[in-house]
Design a protein around this ligand. Sequence first.
Ligand code: NZQ
Ligand code: ZN
Length: 391
Amino acid sequence: MKNFSYYAPTQVVFGADAEKKIPQLIQQYGGTKVLIHYGGKSAERSGLIASIEQSLTEAGIKHLKLGGVVPNPRLSKAQEGIDLCRREGVDFILAVGGGSVIDSSKCMALGIPYEGDVWDFYAGKAQAKACLPLAAVLTIPAAGSEMSGGSVITKDDGDLKWSYDDNLCRCKFAIMNPVRTYTLPPYQTACGVTDIMMHTMERYFSQEEMGITDALAIALLKAVRQFGPMVLENPEDYYLRSQIMWAGSLAHNDLTGCGTIGDWGTHNMEHELSALYGVAHGAGLAALWCHWATYVFDAGPARFARFAREVLDVVEDDDTQAALKGIQAMRKFYHSIGMPASIPELIGRKATDDELQLMAEKCSRGRTITNGNFKKLAYDDVLKIYTAANE
Ligand code: NZQ
Ligand code: ZN
């Protein structure tokens, strides 16, 4: 168990009437002029944007809005928002959407008080000293950005999808109304279930024994594995939607990571898939995980065997066999919820050799870094995993 510092300052307001608290919370956290930031059309179609605008107007809080954030959010949109907020004197950002909108908001919140190019943070050239306060109204449980310190942004030039982690940009509060997730299409729901499980798995697959942290991780994984398929069958079931929604935050607020640095190899490899093909992050993770697991499990079969037995109900005494059966069970699980388990299933064709090499090159930052910790993956390893996933 490694030393750790646990910090999860976001105030969570959870429930069917949670949105009523938005004006009061914005005032509590010092907002006087708010930018409502959102994505494509879902939050407008559902009436959520209009109802937030109305409640802010009634509370006398000045506000303006900026929509158009795409999944796998772009730096150019955040830069547009930075210019707008500076011009208008915005002092609080309200993200209404999922990981893409929240990450775009974090990027803007970091960029507004910064004199240089906000990409400096994502490129590892600078550390933020200030950040505008922001909050989230979550509409899709998946990325966990509402309670994480991270944001992932794609630079339009070169399709570089890079992340930046900083406690400064944690949301002040997160409004979570499970009813808002009823309109999610099955594919997005399944992508969310996949990402939520993966955030826990990235932390669980570590060479450390973590006792209570492991127990929490396994409980969370078992619950999501059980509730995920059920919510796909019953998309308007409040109880099931609420379980997935809360799991999404718990999976990425570091609770299941206390004592480990985690692995994160699958995530880093996935970011190249979503940067290149524009696919949904959760689906990209499902396309890679079994191939990553097959490649690395021999560095610690006992851990994979425990995952197989306790999360996936595999009955097998031998650790190596249990590990392999667990990987097969995950593949079956992904297919059962409509997720791909390979690159061709993800993008509808095989990736070309050039594309595989480009992704491996970008993922290992020009062969200068390794990825993952369960087993360190250099360029050649990453390329082998992409190649195996391309069969
Ligand atoms: O754009 P709209 O029309 O709103 O549609 C969205 C979008 O197309 C739709 N949607 C959202 N809520 C809906 C809805 N449709 C119907 N009803 C609703 N209630 O869902 C689509 C996907 O939204 P998006 O925000 O892209 O999904 P997600 O939350 O999975 O976020 C993905 C992004 O987060 C990053 C990913 O890499 C990706 O860029 N991540 C961020 C992390 C973080 N900041 O901590 C960690 C994650 O591992 C992840 O990397
Ligand atoms: Zn993720």
